[in-house]
Design a binder for this molecule. Structure first.
Ligand SMILES: Cc1cc2nc3c(=O)[nH]c(=O)nc-3n(C[C@H](O)[C@H](O)[C@H](O)COP(=O)(O)OP(=O)(O)OC[C@H]3O[C@@H](n4cnc5c(N)ncnc54)[C@H](O)[C@@H]3O)c2cc1C
Length: 282
């Protein structure tokens, strides 16, 4: 399929109008996934809508309760943002190790989420930080947690008339960390990754959220670990009980796959590194 036309709208409203007018169109963010997809013909489009000229999608904004990321915020912006570093260490850490400098300059957080790769770096971070996705079209604006979006992906998946405009992350004063095990560190898309977020009071776990990536079709939260950990001492997180819950999550998620025996062992080390990363940082 040939590209017939490319548009460069300047506002989100224009994007929504274009999406409703032209079927067979694709939104272009940084292009690091889409261009490869179009070249290999895994993706098809007649119209391209380039979002590179929409200032409102490129902002990181902050108020007392939350930080809002425009969907066109790049990994370089995340890596260079003092606000992100101070509030969401996991996201900062993921941006630091994502791709190469050239990829980070182009690749956006919105593209990472919408592309929905099993090993996408940002998704476990946004999941564990309880991020909310704002998805808009001419018909409606919907708001859905990143966790629910991927839990019910076939139902909630963004449709061809919709644009992901923002990701809202609540500020909860929690510690967060991220770790990925890649084939070749920075240039490798993660083989396994994990993001964690926790609030500890006097050595007791008050809240915890743990997301695991590249161990299933989509990243997911370890609901059982989160339930069992609450009210326990911090040391519990390093013990056999916690590790076997995570191992079992991975076993259940990818049983039957060739990679399962390796991944169910490796995930324990990846999780411990993410935890360490959270605890050594602010
Ligand atoms: C060499 C290389 C290294 C890479 N390394 C990593 C890595 O370490 N970690 C990692 O996670 N990924 C990696 N990737 C994958 C890729 O860079 C990321 O997934 C990136 O975040 C995609 O963002 P983008 O802005 O380039 O999206 P695009 O390629 O522009 O878009 C991807 C898809 O999302 C859709 N889309 C984009 N934005 C929106 C929106 N706002 N609303 C609705 N739909 C939208 C597009 O239509 C398209 O279907 C790598 C890719 C390459 C080529």
């Amino acid at each position: 399929m040939e590209i017939k036309m490319a548009f460069q709208p300047k506002t989100v409203e224009e994007v929504k109008d274009l999406l409703s007018k032209y079927s067979n169109s694709k939104l272009l963010a940084g292009g690091t996934d889409l261009v490869l997809g179009l070249r290999s013909e895994k993706e098809m489009a007649e119209y391209l809508i380039d979002m590179g000229k929409i200032p409102e999608l490129k902002n990181i904004t902050n108020d007392e309760k939350q930080v809002t990321l425009g969907s066109m915020v790049t990994f370089t912006q995340l890596r260079e943002s003092e606000l992100i570093r101070e509030n969401f260490n996991s996201l900062f850490e993921c941006a630091k190790h994502m791709g190469s400098p050239q990829i980070r300059n182009a690749a956006t957080i919105g593209g990472n989420i919408v592309n929905a790769g099993s090993a996408a770096d940002a998704i476990p971070c946004i999941m564990s930080l309880n991020g909310i996705l704002i998805i808009e079209s001419n018909d409606e604006t919907r708001q859905i947690s990143c966790v629910d979006y991927f839990k019910n992906y076939s139902k909630e998946k963004i449709n061809e008339k919709e644009i992901l405009t923002k990701i809202i992350i609540p500020k909860k004063n929690e510690k967060s960390g991220y770790y990925k095990l890649g084939k070749r560190n920075a240039l490798a898309i993660a083989r396994i990754n994990s993001a964690i977020c926790l609030y500890i009071n006097e050595g007791i776990i008050m809240r915890i959220s743990l997301a695991l990536g590249a161990v299933g079709r989509y990243p997911f939260r370890s609901v059982e670990l989160e339930k069992q950990a609450k009210g326990k001492k911090l040391e519990w997180l390093y013990g056999d009980e916690a590790l076997s819950i995570i191992e079992n999550d991975v076993y259940e998620s990818i049983k039957g796959r060739k990679t399962m025996p390796f991944k169910k062992e490796a995930i324990k080390g990846v999780y411990k590194e993410a935890l360490r990363n959270a605890l050594v940082n602010r």
